[in-house]
Write a protein that binds this ligand. Structure first.
Ligand SMILES: Cc1cc2nc3c(=O)[nH]c(=O)nc-3n(C[C@H](O)[C@H](O)[C@H](O)COP(=O)(O)O)c2cc1C
Ligand code: SF4
Length: 383
């Protein structure tokens, strides 16, 4: 197939990026295909930093060749001859398996100057990250891959225009790339047949935290949150009632049971001020303190912030302090209003989604669990 035909298949399949943002993969590939460049790159984002997620790891350890195949197809589709897998250092088994698989693919003539005897050249390398959550953000990842500090780049330019070493670059998550072989094998219509709305295909949902049957469940989009938590997950491991689930990693919103009828779909989650992200779900029982979780979101952001923009760098630290004041019962109403104001500043003023989405867990905790944000009777008495 010609590159444009491959890109059309991927576009028609409805595949959207599984790394978090849900951007249509075919459109990203088309931009790189249409951008002139002596060198182009395929970068696989295997940083998998979201809490409770392990789908990328399972693909790389269990079926490394499906990822290699997806990357080679991406290379042929866009005119890239070189690929990198940016793999987190915390995954030693995945690093070993991928490294060995690349060697085997090279010896088998799948990688190299002539992919399976064709006129296409494509080779790839495994690179190890150094343990920063922000290096999963695509532009910080590119800087890290170039040997620089993992700091976020302003967009534009998009990586598809000027990415790795300023060359047109496809950056895709492991699952996005690993989904391509089945699309090429069975056709776009086959893949598109799964799912609902604009969320097509299947998604490996990872259930973790305080849950009876944790694990990875690949299913079509469209199951409700309740079906996932209660039917598949079997409720909490402690046997206590589920209080909240955090969907989409540390930047994802907390959903109360009242929202368990939400279908697993990018748009449905966005409509409830949440996100699917990399499809990790962390379950909490009724002993969870949601004010503590809100504070944790701000603290996580403060620790992981790359420091480039003010709302995230400074706002997150002020957020921790404000949450502490609420916990101590110091002017709770005023401080709750201040925390809301701060969240809006971070949401609309941050350069990337680390600062921009930290308000989601904070605000969802505050909105859905207001009782946890009231001062304890002991503190009230002291006031
Ligand atoms: C703070 C932060 C961390 C991220 N971490 C990851 C990650 O670990 N893995 C990933 O695939 N995408 C991650 N992303 C999303 C990437 O920036 C990017 O959208 C993704 O790699 C694009 O691939 P996709 O279109 O296939 O999803 C992160 C984004 C942000 C803002
Ligand atoms: S939001 Fe945070 S992580 Fe993102 S660019 Fe700004 S300081 Fe860096």
């Amino acid at each position: 197939m010609a590159p444009a035909e491959i890109v059309a298949q991927v576009t028609d399949s409805g595949l959207r990026g599984r790394g978090g943002a849900g951007f249509p993969t075919g459109i990203k590939w088309k931009t790189v295909l249409d951008t002139a460049g002596d060198r182009k790159y395929i970068v696989c984002n295997a940083d998998e930093g979201d809490s409770g997620t392990f789908a990328d790891r399972m693909i790389m350890e269990g079926d490394p060749f499906v990822l290699i195949e997806g990357m080679v197809i991406a290379g042929i589709a866009t005119g890239a001859r070189k690929g990198f897998v940016y793999l987190r250092s915390e995954y030693p088994h995945a690093i070993a398996t991928m490294t060995e698989a690349v060697e085997i693919a090279r010896k088998a003539g799948i990688l190299g100057v002539s992919v399976l005897g064709s006129a296409h050249a494509f080779d790839m390398e495994i690179r190890t990250g150094a343990g920063a959550y922000v290096c999963g953000e695509e532009t910080a990842l590119l800087n890290s891959l170039e040997g620089k500090r993992g700091i976020v780049r302003a967009k534009p330019p998009l990586p598809a225009h000027k990415g790795l070493f300023n060359c047109p670059t496809v950056i895709n998550n492991v699952i996005s790339l690993a989904s391509v072989p089945v699309i090429m094998d069975r056709g776009a219509a086959f893949y598109k047949d799964f799912g609902m709305g604009r969320s097509r295909g299947t998604i490996p949902i990872q259930i973790a935290g305080n849950v009876k049957h944790g694990g990875l469940y690949e299913t079509a989009f469209g199951l409700t949150l309740g079906e996932i938590i209660d039917t598949i997950g079997g409720g909490t491991a402690t046997g206590r009632p589920v209080k909240a689930v955090q969907v989409g990693g540390p930047l994802g919103a907390y959903f109360p049971r009242a929202l368990f009828d939400t279908p697993f779909d990018y748009e449905a989650f966005a409509a409830k001020d949440g996100l699917i992200g990399h499809a990790g779900i962390v379950v909490f029982d009724d002993t969870a303190d949601m004010l503590k979780q809100a504070r944790f979101a701000m603290e996580f952001c403060a620790i992981e912030s790359c420091g480039k923009c003010t709302p995230c760098r400074i706002g997150s630290t002020r957020g921790v302090e404000t949450a502490d004041k609420i916990a101590m019962g110091i002017e709770p109403e005023k401080n709750k209003a201040l925390l809301t104001d701060l969240c809006n500043t971070m949401k609309f003023g941050s350069l990337c989604a680390l600062g921009g989405f930290t308000p989601y867990p904070v605000m969802s905790a505050m909105n859905h669990f207001p009782d946890d944000f009231r001062p304890t009777p002991l503190v009230e008495a002291a006031e």
